[in-house]
Design a protein around this ligand. Structure first.
Ligand code: HEM
Ligand SMILES: *[C@@H]1O[C@H](CO)[C@@H](O)[C@H](O)[C@H]1NC(C)=O
Ligand SMILES: *[C@@H]1O[C@H](CO)[C@@H](O)[C@H](O)[C@H]1NC(C)=O
Ligand SMILES: *[C@@H]1O[C@H](CO)[C@@H](O)[C@H](O)[C@H]1NC(C)=O
Ligand SMILES: *[C@@H]1O[C@H](CO)[C@@H](O)[C@H](O)[C@H]1NC(C)=O
Length: 529
């Protein structure tokens, strides 16, 4: 009897964990053979590779395919390799692919409150938030916000100065991490985070909590993957929710519910609240006559907390990772570093040695350098969408169902010799207008994603990163530390953004005569961003 039951259970489990494995075979899409229960992501489940690396591997293993099949545990997914197909999914046929592919992303009213933010929301809620928040990301707003960033960049310089005295290696990642945290505190939440110097700042702890993926989160993830939508009460972010809600209420109280003139994100949310309802045409619902319904939303405290949370989720790791990697690359490319420094010196000399929006905009070579860093190691190694309606790829004669996730490997596209000349070389000149062909790379160079869901903070992220880099490089020269590794090892435990094992240790040397005006002026014609 026992054996019979056991046999039945095993049969059921086997059936349950393999029942989807004919999906891609039936559609004539190539893929690796899946393992029962684990699909094609065993390497990720056993923490041997990061999620981005797994997708990247798939990209390299099928050089002749436009799309490749993949099973995440038991769910069929599609890895897209071809730029034209990328264009269809992310741009032309966005109405089929308006949802992200985040783990545990669920739709409807069951969404965890903190997930009701622009980064992970989908459908009408996303549209309302994207439209409602768009005034926060105009150039005028960013310029008004910029003094807060400059202040943080100056503090970064001071902190580094304090650290170089010992002459020991400094973890560039930790340094830029603190700078970014400070920036997010000031611009996103409207508080002085002091993350730069205080290891115990509650704010730093919050950041750690958000990105910490422990046993609890792993179990919740497995449950949500295997039984989508069945356990809405399980929350990834339970603790953060309480903290952020409290914080948002306190800040509003402090500001008497009116914008304070600091020009930060909270001011913007307060303005939005004062205006009242936001209204858009629905993406999901239609009136009987076929025209879209109007949908509306009012901002409450929880929504505010969720969108402050978005600032963390979207802006923190991305900026910290890309700036620290750029420093790392410059340590290994001293000639390029020298050129960057010459340009910074020249621009600062013209601007009374002060960083400002306009000064940063003049630092063209620095910008190319940063873009090259984003190319070599994009902080977001892969991006994806979820198919929301049965969809046919005309050019492939392939139809996929609602719920199938599609992903692209940004890391692989950025390093494919098919599109880049000697991709392993760090060469900022690739991004000079003479060389960079925007038309050709539109669906290949994607550090900020693409389509209607492209990064909302692209300009802010770039300008903030350049400010941090300029602050460092105007005063210090970076060199590899004794235990630096040229090609840092990606942390297999990282999922969304790509982590590195052991940080990025570098030696920071104070520059002696950093204010001398160099002779290279005509080499860097200023162009607008
Ligand atoms: C160097 C820094 C940054 C990088 C590399 C970066 C990269 C990205 C990427 C790859 C996406 C996904 C795009 C897609 O799916 O097509 C994204 C989305 C997003 N990012 Fe950034 N980001 C950066 C900084 C920021 C900052 C500072 C903010 C400020 C709030 C921000 C806000 C957002 C938002 C709101 C979204 C979601 C947009 C939507 O779904 O409609 N990002 N970012
Ligand atoms: C992140 O990756 C680890 C290691 O592969 C995995 O165990 C974990 O479930 C992932 N976490 C999430 C939230 O996806
Ligand atoms: C840029 O690339 C596109 C598409 O590959 C090509 O048609 C165009 O001629 C290129 N432009 C320049 C200036 O090379
Ligand atoms: C990216 O950020 C995360 C979290 O701060 C960190 O663990 C990781 O090492 C960073 N990766 C790089 C390349 O700096
Ligand atoms: C380099 O050395 C420091 C201090 O000895 C250590 O904390 C760090 O993990 C090392 N980094 C690497 C990449 O080995």
């Amino acid at each position: 009897m026992i054996f019979l039951i056991l046999g039945a259970i095993i049969t059921f489990v086997y059936w349950y964990s393999t029942r989807t494995f004919s999906y891609w075979r039936n559609r004539g899409v190539k893929h690796d053979p899946p393992v029962p229960g684990l699909g094609n992501n065993a390497d990720q489940v056993f923490a041997r590779k990061s999620m981005s690396q797994v997708i990247e591997d798939v990209y390299w293993r099928y050089p002749n395919e436009k799309v490749v099949g993949f099973y995440r545990l038991i769910r069929p997914e599609l890895v897209i390799r071809d730029p034209d197909v990328i264009k269809s999914v992310f741009t032309s046929d966005f109405q089929y692919f308006y949802a992200r592919s985040h783990l545990g992303c669920e739709s409807g009213d069951q969404v965890e409150p903190l997930r009701r933010n622009m980064l992970v929301a989908e459908g009408d809620l996303w549209k309302l938030l994207r439209q409602g928040c768009s005034p926060a990301f105009t150039i005028a707003k960013l310029k008004a916000m910029f003094p807060l960033i400059v202040e943080r960049a100056e503090r970064l310089q001071e902190r580094t100065l304090g650290l170089v005295e010992s002459g020991a290696a400094i973890d560039a990642r930790d340094l830029m991490d603190r700078f970014t945290m400070d920036f997010i505190g000031a611009c996103g939440l409207g508080i002085d985070a002091t993350a730069l110097n205080d290891d115990n700042s509650p704010f730093r702890k919050l950041g750690e909590q958000i990105f910490h993926i422990g046993a609890r989160e792993t179990i919740i993830y497995m449950i949500k993957e295997l039984f989508p939508g069945k356990f809405p009460f399980l929350k990834y972010f339970g603790q953060c929710e309480k903290y952020l809600l409290h914080l948002v209420r306190e800040i509003q109280k402090m500001r008497n519910n009116t914008p304070s003139g600091r020009n930060d994100f909270v001011d913007m949310l307060l303005e939005m609240k004062r205006k009242g309802k936001i209204e858009v045409e629905s993406m999901e619902r239609q009136k009987p006559d076929g025209t879209p319904e109007r949908v509306s939303m009012e901002l409450d405290d929880m929504l505010m907390a969720a969108n402050v949370f978005m600032f963390f989720g979207a802006g923190y790791e991305t900026s910290a990772n890309s700036t620290s990697f750029t420093l790392h690359a410059l340590a290994y490319n001293p000639d390029i570093q020298k050129k960057v420094q010459q340009e910074i010196d020249m621009v600062l000399a013209k601007n009374e040695n002060k960083l400002s929006w306009d000064a940063i905009k003049e630092m063209q070579y620095l910008e190319w350098t940063f873009k090259e860093g984003l190319r070599m190691q994009p902080p977001v190694g892969h991006i994806g969408r979820t198919c929301k309606k049965k969809y046919t790829f005309e050019e492939l004669g392939l139809t996929i169902d609602e719920g199938v996730r599609v992903r692209i490997s940004v890391q692989a596209l950025h390093n494919d010799p098919l599109y880049w000349d000697k991709p392993e070389e760090f060469r900022p000149e690739r991004f000079s207008p003479d060389e960079f062909n925007e038309t050709r790379t539109k669906y290949i160079y994607l550090p900020f994603g693409t389509g209607p869901r492209i990064c909302a903070g692209e300009r802010l992220g770039i300008m903030q990163s350049l400010a941090g880099l300029a602050a460092i490089l105007s005063r210090f020269t970076v060199e590899p530390a004794p235990n630096s590794t040229r090609k840092p090892r990606i942390d297999p435990k990282s999922n969304l953004t790509q982590g590195v094992v052991g940080g990025l240790p570098l030696i920071f040397k104070e520059r002696k005569n950093f204010q001398t005006v160099p002779l290279l002026i005509e080499e860097f014609p200023a162009r607008s961003l």
